[in-house]
Design a protein around this ligand. Structure first.
Ligand code: GLU
Length: 894
């Protein structure tokens, strides 16, 4: 394998010759670096020398230094320089780096670092292969931003971490959710801190600590139940991927980290195998895999690589020889600066990717992978570099299959509450034979069962202890009921008639609604027979009855006037007397009244009109009577056959306007919250009334509300969700839904916040909806299982038994009115015609005749009329005509 240009190395071998010309490179290693750092340095140098056809270009030496003892580190460095050294690698500890950097700068010896060095000042002779702290901080910040966490807690170990995390800290704006920054206990007692975090319901943690401490911290988190799938950890260490997280695989927390080196790269795999083989040849067993190779170990290898590359490059133009230099005497190595500069000019492909240093010897250009721990180990989800920023590499399919795999291995804890038809407890025999989920039945069980079949997970139903849906209690600062279970991570799903509300949605995740509904009023129908002795009056409204009586009186008056006006209702009272003295009118006021009543009541009457006008009046009245009687009969039949009567309420406005009927709702549900938070004035009023009414109108559940509606027989109305009302109406025909729905909302399945399963759940619900399964389930639990108790007729609002109002029968009154008018006109015409005849007969003017006739007509008390006698001079023809008319009238009467 040739990572250094072979030609250069061959030349270097020729020029440098054998051992005496080798360049001495020294690694200053502290005990914390462990054996692997040493191995990496040894093998890197050995590898370079081997590649030069066994010509030792580099002569290696390892010196142990104490991490925090900069004085002895300085002494060791001076000792090394006094013997001649061409390059110093390390040390690891930032506190002793300074002295080595300073000596190298003075004596112009190349200095190579492979550690995170946040405080180091730029130097011409120091090159650091570890990613630049500023740029690394940007990378961390960007990856965190990509995760779109709403809120998180930063847990760090030592203060220098804040330099690394400055980008993350700057991520948040003042308006965002505040982030919490906490330092881990230096004595390594992590539990108390994690317990507090758990209490604050925080689930997103950015963990900045030594890789050696990661497992201990996560175990402490596990002990306070912070290692489930709803918890996410972002580990800032570039060695986070070398830790074995398999013990948390089943609980499934989301662990994300970043790495500089790619264990799957061929170079990494090859180098690690070389090391293992080489150590094995020496009888040592090296405990390392590409996955556990640490960043600094790899960087040590890369550092030797880059250094050798620079030396080879320089050696092609000039001969390099190291020189002994004393710390206390002025002096410098003339080749030092060149080697350092050549390191900054060259680019080498190393274990940690392409190594490029900037003019200050810092690694500002690098690429890191964002990786996530899954059932199959770490998977790359994206990569970041300073030029392109973050690029997501995870496809939708990958994410999908990852969630599916985790679901298939999961036992979902489903929390629910008792309440038919969503969940009821089955009757058990003694001893009980039903266990686990079989103890329950209902819509919720069937729905989760259908979803579990699609998503292939196992589930276990558990009832919530307080049987509440979920309300925030300001006193305890906690949510109760089903939501409390989710937030305390005691359940993965919550299902029942749980309404999706804004407040709830803010703290937990909901699926799309599986059922739609609205608030309505549950009320009890009143029995007609129970309350009204005068129900025979019901078919017509009060107005109509008044109009009817008025019409009867009116028609009698019209008939009376018409009969007096027309001459043809004046008749010979004694038909045997051919020449009567006076004529008589049968239609007296009392007779008219009798006639009109007899007609409308269907009894008939022995007095009948004879004149066209009076017959017209009678005709129209009979028509009127026909319609009115038919309408009354039909409506009365409807009233008598439908035993139940509609509620005296038509909707929420009727309820709000009265105070006889009390109304309430379930006190800790979304319905109560709807009224409490409403901006609509009538709903506000309803809420105020409900709060003030005594005895209390709020109930502990829907079942209590339904009982109360039934028991209080029309004196109590209950605001309930339409789906639950429908369920009750299917079983109890006395119950009725009054009015429409006040709002529109839905029931959803709730999950802990930012649940990874939400999308999958939504997909399953959509699938069930499209297949018609949701409808089928609703039918099963609403209608088939105990529903359908009321036939459709009884369930219907008894609209056909509604009273007939004026709007229904007003037309027939109009017909009667115009008919009477027409009849009256005819009567007047008849009168005028008669006046003309009288005028001719009596040889008076028609006006005089009209006057006398009118005078007579208005004298209502007189009901006989003297017959006008013809004057003697009248011609025969006229006399014959008059006697013929008289005869005709007598004949008619007979
Ligand atoms: N479904 C309601 C809830 O989730 C409870 C019943 C109600 O308030 O009417 O809070």
């Amino acid at each position: 394998m040739t990572f250094v240009p072979l030609l250069g190395l061959v030349l270097l071998a020729c020029v440098a010759g054998a051992n005496e010309n080798s360049l001495r490179v020294v690694a200053l290693l502290s005990p914390e670096n462990g054996l692997l750092q040493e191995t990496a340095f040894n093998h890197a140098v050995q590898h370079m020398n081997n590649d030069l056809r066994h010509t030792d270009i580099l002569e290696k030496e390892i010196r142990k230094v104490e991490s925090f003892d900069s004085f002895s580190t300085g002494m060791i460095t001076c000792d090394l320089t006094s013997k001649g050294v061409a390059g110093i690698f390390g040390p690891h500890s930032p506190s002793s780096t300074g002295i080595v950097r300073s000596i190298c700068e003075t004596l112009e010896i190349p200095h190579v670092l492979t550690t995170w060095d946040p405080y180091g000042l730029p130097s011409q002779y120091t090159n650091n292969l570890y990613p630049d702290p500023q740029v690394l901080s940007q990378a961390l910040a960007e990856v965190v931003r990509q995760m779109r966490w709403r809120t998180y807690t930063i847990l760090y170990q030592d203060d220098s971490a804040l330099v690394r995390l400055q980008g993350v800290l700057q991520n948040t704006n003042p308006g965002d959710n505040p982030i919490i920054v906490r330092q881990l206990d230096p004595n390594k007692d992590y539990r108390p801190t994690l317990k507090e975090i758990k209490k604050s319901s925080e689930t997103k943690i950015i963990l900045d600590c030594d890789p050696e401490d990661i497992l201990d911290i996560l175990r402490a988190a596990d002990s306070v139940n912070m290692m489930d799938e709803y918890c996410s950890y972002f580990i800032t260490s570039l060695d986070g991927h070398t830790v074995d997280y398999s013990e948390f695989r089943d609980t499934g927390p989301n662990i994300t980290t970043m790495r500089l080196l790619d264990p799957s790269s061929r170079m990494v795999q090859h180098v690690v195998r070389d090391w293992i083989d080489a150590e094995a040849r020496d009888g040592n067993e090296l405990d390392i895999t590409p996955e556990t190779l640490k960043t600094e170990t790899a960087l040590m290898y890369d550092a030797v690589l880059l250094y050798t590359e620079a030396v080879v490059l320089l050696n092609t133009s000039e001969h390099i020889l190291q020189e002994p230099l004393e710390c206390r005497q002025p002096g410098r190595w003339r080749k030092g600066l060149d080697i350092s500069n050549f390191m900054r000019l060259r680019q080498v492909q190393g274990l940690t990717g392409l190594i490029v240093l900037d003019a200050n010897g810092r690694r500002t250009s690098f690429s890191v992978d964002a990786i996530e721990y899954t059932f199959e180990g770490f998977q790359k989800i994206g990569e970041w570099n300073p030029i392109d920023g973050y690029i997501s590499t995870r496809t939708h399919e990958e994410l999908d299959s990852q969630i599916s795999t985790s679901l298939s291995k999961k036992l979902m804890i489903v929390t629910s509450r008792e309440g038919a038809p969503y969940l009821s407890i089955r009757n058990q025999t003694d001893p009980p034979t039903l266990f686990g989920n079989d103890r329950y039945e209902g819509f919720s069980i069937d729905l989760i069962d259908e979803i579990s079949r699609i998503l292939k997970f196992k589930y276990e139903f558990r009832l919530v202890a307080d049987n509440e849906y979920g309300n925030f209690d300001p006193k305890t600062g906690e949510w109760n009921g089903l939501l409390g279970e989710l937030l305390k991570r005691r359940a993965d799903l919550a299902i029942c008639d749980l309404t999706i509300t804004y407040k709830r949605e803010k703290v937990v995740d909901f699926t799309m609604p599986f059922m739609n509904l609205g608030i309505s009023i549950l009320y009890r129908r009143t029995e007609k027979g129970e309350t009204n002795l005068f129900s025979f009056l019901d078919p017509f409204s009060f107005d109509v009855w008044i109009y009817l009586v008025t019409a009867t009186l009116g028609i009698s008056a019209v008939l009376f006037i018409t009969s007096r006006t027309t001459p043809y209702e004046w008749d010979n009272p004694h038909p045997c007397t051919s020449d009567p003295e006076e004529l008589e009118n049968n239609f007296t006021l009392v007779n008219c009244l009798w006639f009109s009543m007899g007609s409308i009541l269907g009894a008939g009457c022995d007095i009948l009109p004879r004149a066209v006008s009076t017959r017209m009046v009678a005709g129209w009245w009979w028509f009127f009577a026909l319609i009115v009687v038919a309408s009354y009969t039909a409506n009365l039949a409807a009233f008598l056959t439908v035993a139940k009567m509609e509620a005296p309420l038509k909707g929420v406005d009727d309820l709000a306007k009265q105070n006889k009927i009390k109304y309430g709702t379930y006190k800790s549900g979304s319905t109560a919250a709807f009224f409490q938070n409403s901006n609509v004035s009538s709903y506000q009023r309803i809420w105020a009334v409900m709060v003030q009414t005594r005895p209390e109108v709020f109930t502990k559940g829907n079942a209590e509300g339904v009982d109360r509606v039934k028991k209080e027989k029309g004196d109590y109305a209950f605001f309930m969700e339409s789906t639950s009302i429908e369920y009750q109406m299917e079983r109890d025909c006395d119950l009725v839904k009054v009015g429409g729905e006040l709002d529109s909302k839905g029931y959803g399945i709730a999950m802990p916040p930012e649940s990874p399963y939400r999308t999958k759940m939504n997909e399953a619900i959509l699938q069930l909806q499209e297949a018609g399964k949701l409808k089928m389930l609703k039918n099963r639990w609403w209608k088939e299982k105990g529903g359908g108790a009321c036939d459709d007729e009884a369930k219907d609002e008894p609209e056909d038994s509604n009273k007939l109002g004026l709007s229904n029968v007003g037309g027939v009154f109009l017909v009667l009115f115009f008919g009477c008018l027409a009849s009256f006109i005819v009567a007047v015409l008849e009168m005028l015609w008669n006046c003309r005849k009288i005028a001719v007969q009596e040889k008076i003017s028609p006006l005089e005749a009209l006057k006398s006739e009118l005078k007579f007509a208005v004298r209502c008390s007189v009901d006989t009329k003297p017959v006008s006698k013809k004057p003697e001079t009248e011609d025969n023809e006229e006399t014959e005509g008059a006697s013929f008319m008289q005869l005709q009238m007598n004949f008619d009467k007979a």
